[in-house]
Design a binder for this molecule. Sequence first.
Ligand code: SF4
Length: 412
Amino acid sequence: MSQQTLRQKLEILADAAKYDASCASSGTSKKNSLGGKGIGSTEGMGICHAYAPDGRCISLLKVLLTNHCIFDCHYCINRKSSNVRRARFTPQEVADLTINFYKRNYIEGLFLSSGIIKSSNHTMELLVEAARILREEYDFRGYIHLKTIPEADPGLIHQAGLYADRVSINVELPTTSGLSRLAPDKDAVQIEGALAKTKSRIIEAKDERKRFKHAPRFAPAGQSTQMIVGADDASDADIVGKASNLYGNFGLRRVYYSAFSPIPDASAVLPLKRPPLMREHRLYQSDWLMRFYGYAPGEVAQATDTHGNLPLDIDPKLAWALKFRGQFPVDVNRAAKEQLLRVPGLGTTAVGRILAARRHRTLRLDDVAKLTQSIAKVRPFLVALDWRPSTLTDRADLRALLAPKQEQLELF
Ligand code: SF4
């Protein structure tokens, strides 16, 4: 086989990395400008965006070190039995690409993951080496997100955290049974053990920095993980429960959800169709409810249907409010912050503004309307100086009134 050029390797390994959602936002519809129609694409690969600890949005070169892999996870395009073009960078090549793109102002950092070659330790050594060259030889101060391999020696994961801003370990599937069926080489206990160790190191490093100014940083942007949605039969309630445990037990900054997408030459144990992208979006919304709106995981699960899945046509907050109408309407001028945060259509910013504004005057419905995109969604759940929903809150057709209108299917 002829030697691959750096460009060919980049093409293969940036494309192979696009399935990892750990640093990306997704849930958008597929669009591209192939054929000269329009500009831009939502299917691109190579550069993704992430948020730095200080809230800045930064662009990252997103690549795999290699898409060779000795594991055979059924859902993965890079698995051992997959018939894809393979490529492999050296750590030096990754470091050089990062620096060159950085100097041209294309990127501000690196997201580096990898298939597993030879052994978990060997692969982890290569990932660490790429980060070491960047930090120690090029004095690179930009953002580095390293994917770590749970089976690797803890000492190597420790080194990864010393070079990287963020580390991540994918739990991959929400249930242990799903993991053993679809990723037979992976071990849920080992994955959670690695997450626990990383959490302890992050805490220890923070403590040491408080005592010794020059103590080394360890993954200052924390750790994250990814769960694949729709490759097994786990319900949304299972996924939400798992995410809540992960946040609680391992102090994760983020749990990312990635809707399973069918891959070429897929294994027969996988579903033929991808789940609706809206499912991924609803899971992100439920994640938000737990992290910023004070909902317990059990309450998010209350918003699911009899199969444990979140509705696709309305958001989980509205679904919960419709099920628990007895808790509404709440008085915008008197209700506690926690109650206002449960009103469909009111986000955290709107609630903050309401709390600030009502110190100076009694609010009318129009005042609230200026703070929200859809006052129609808010009205059934809120009392204001000049507004009381009376029977609207209890109307049997309220869900139909508030659900976004479906687009008419084209018949011809
Ligand atoms: S370990 Fe599994 S998920 Fe990761 S690259 Fe290999 S086959 Fe894919």
